[in-house]
Design a protein around this ligand. Structure first.
Ligand code: AKG
Ligand code: FE2
Length: 285
């Protein structure tokens, strides 16, 4: 068994793992330890990695107990980069508010990972918060007001709070889904405070002002500065995280700034009906 050194990144979540070699055969005990760390720490950081797309995808699926033999073809994972330099780079500029990727889908990604393929200095960090510990620590009065209510999660642009330099992607036919605010995590069974500033439009069956007031109070708790974990990128960093338990945001990126190219792999792909496929329009800051 490989000896892994584990360093917690914050009291609630996140761990840096030292001593893992993604190119070596994975024995059962090491695999079980990594799965346990992923379930309990929700974000794992590996530094100084030399990781292919295939290796990145294999770690993602292994952590959520999908067949280890699953290939990137079977995952439907095209190699894709968040980048301010590549011609086909995703989210090439601007700031991103807190979100979970595909939170607007009926079966959102369970795991998301970013690998620092080309990283200059300084570049904008990615910041994480933990929506499981946020639910656990919610004050009783807020929990009573929120529990059982449903919200609309949409891929359409939601505008709230400070929108300066936020990258807004216009979607012609935004897909959406309805979920409970107290959402049951599909793998761990834990309760997640399942709302985000970027994609949660409103609380169903509540007057608009009351809905926004409740969401704002919940966001204040969820995004409290002392719950945020900032990741400052270096080339070769590999961050893999639970996309349902955690949310992420990022600071402002510019096309002129130092290179910031992160390979993104998610699993499993949500199954969308053809009429749910978003048609992205222009991106505007
Ligand atoms: O650029 C980042 O740090 C995160 C990007 C992101 O959130 C995304 O592409 O979904
Ligand atoms: Fe994202």
């Amino acid at each position: 068994m490989t000896h892994l050194e584990v360093r917690d990144l914050s009291p609630e979540f996140g761990a840096e793992i030292i001593g893992f070699d993604p190119k070596a055969p994975l024995d059962d005990a090491t695999r079980d330890e990594l799965r346990h760390l992923f379930d309990t720490r929700r974000l794992l950081l590996f530094r100084n990695m030399d990781l292919s797309h295939e290796e990145q995808a294999r770690i993602c699926t292994m952590l959520i107990r999908k067949g280890e033999a699953e290939t990137i073809e079977a995952m439907g994972s095209r190699e894709s980069f968040i980048s301010n330099k590549l011609d086909d780079g995703v989210a090439p500029f601007g700031r991103l508010q807190f979100h979970g990727d595909t939170m607007w889908a009926d079966n959102p990604y369970q795991v998301l990972s970013l690998y620092g393929a080309d990283v200059g200095n300084p570049v904008a960090p990615t910041t994480f918060v933990d929506a499981v510990s946020a639910w656990k620590t919610l004050p009783d009065d807020l929990r009573r007001r929120a529990e059982g209510h449903e919200v609309l999660q949409t891929a359409g642009a939601v505008r709230r709070g400070d929108m300066s330099s936020v990258l807004l992607t216009e979607v012609e036919n935004p897909p959406s889904t309805v979920t409970r605010i107290n959402y049951t995590h599909p793998r761990t069974g834990e309760t997640v405070l399942h709302i985000c500033e970027q994609m949660t439009k409103n609380v169903l069956g509540m007057p608009e002002a009351e809905s926004e007031e409740l969401l704002t109070s919940l966001f204040k708790h969820l995004y409290r500065a002392d719950r945020q974990l900032e990741h400052n990128w270096r080339k070769g960093d590999f961050v893999v995280f639970d996309n349902i338990a955690l949310q992420h945001s990022r600071g402002r990126v510019t096309k002129e700034g130092p290179a910031r190219t992160l390979r993104k792999v998610a699993s499993p792909m949500p199954r969308l009906r053809p009429d749910q496929m978003p048609r992205w329009k222009a991106e505007a800051a």
